[in-house]
Design a protein around this ligand. Sequence first.
Ligand code: GAR
Length: 192
Amino acid sequence: MAPLTGSNKIKTAVFISGTGSNLKSLIRFSKLKKSPIIIKMIISNNSNSKGLQYAKIYKIKKKVFNFKNILSEKKVTNELKKDNINLICLAGFMKILSKSFIKNFKGKILNIHPSLLPKYKGLNTYEKAIKNKDKYSGCTVHFVNSRLDSGKIINQKKVRINKFDTPKTLAKKILIQEHKLYPAAIMKILSL
Ligand code: GAR
């Protein structure tokens, strides 16, 4: 099979809300020859997202939408369709997408979540794992469906919780693993 080249790599948009460290790792991954994706667009619901800086650094188109209503989501959809985006990676994107948006991109939206799903959907996953005295937490990449953090799991990485861990130290340890897990998930679903 011929390797995917710039013109036939999967056109990808990354949605962020904050720091964008997963975005950065995905951009770096996308630049590898073996990568099946090319990142064409960065979308945020928050104009103050630190991660938006990577648009300038890596010369990638960026757009901000508030995602507050159907009209705003329609604008996002138009933007994505205009650029033939075929994969959406949610990377620290803290808005819940509507059912109709998800339906429009069925099977093409991925999310990374800082827990071993199905455990601890939603927010405060680190606090919950520590409070329950779990031995492990971790991260999960999954397809997005209409139920929160409930789509088909692609891959997961366990992270040991030790007795000195706080939500902050645990978040840091998990984030390091996220940066490897997301590219691995993309390779898993897209490599030919
Ligand atoms: C990551 O830990 C990601 O798993 C989490 O937000 C962080 C974003 O970090 N996402 C969620 O909690 C989604 N429910 P980043 O902006 O540095 O990539």
